[in-house]
Design a binder for this molecule. Structure first.
Ligand code: FE2
Length: 180
């Protein structure tokens, strides 16, 4: 897929392409992609104004680049204050870098027919995290009073699949601290 990229965004996609193709699959690739992404986070020239626009109805995905062979996708997700994802997991490895604002992530595991919260983190600009399915059930919420933007690199072609989400979970939630 070809879109108009800013100069730093073109450099980032080039770096990601080289990294995805040279790093070994698995955790090595996730770590290497995170290292490639980190230097670009927070650069005010990285995204065009249009790529930073949110949607009052729900968090918004802007597809920034997809490798020609579908080896990876780069998207910007824009959350207005209070917007949240469903509880979900992913089809592929994923690297997330916070570009602006603040992401509150809650992680879960499935225990029978219930979701058990296993941890949470608040990530600010420059923070990079990686996900390597299975066992990556989580929810992300913008708890900041301002717009939050994060860059996501997925190991799939999101334009073919619609998104990187494998499954949504609507089972009852139980905090680990409530467990008997
Ligand atoms: Fe996710």
């Amino acid at each position: 897929m070809t879109t108009t990229l800013t100069t730093p965004l073109a450099a980032l996609t080039s770096d990601l392409d080289a990294t995805v193709r040279h790093a070994a699959p698995g955790l090595d690739r996730v770590d290497a992609v995170g290292e490639a992404l980190a230097p670009y986070l927070g650069d005010p020239r990285l995204l065009s104004p249009a790529q930073c626009v949110g949607d009052p109805a729900r968090y918004r995905q802007h597809v920034l680049h997809v490798a020609e062979d579908g080896a990876f996708s780069l998207v910007a997700l824009v959350w207005l204050p209070g917007q949240t994802t469903p509880i979900h997991d992913h089809l592929s490895w994923c690297v997330v870098g916070v570009h602006a604002g603040e992401e509150h992530e809650t992680r879960y595991r499935l225990d029978g027919d219930r979701l058990v919260a296993t941890g949470e983190d608040v990530a600010g600009p420059g923070t990079v995290t990686g996900l390597l399915p299975p066992g990556d059930i989580h929810r992300v919420t913008n708890t900041a009073p301002t717009t939050t933007i994060s860059l996501h690199v997925y190991g799939v072609d999101v334009t073919r699949l619609g998104s990187s989400i494998r499954r949504r979970y609507d089972q009852p939630e139980m905090s680990a601290k409530w467990r008997p």
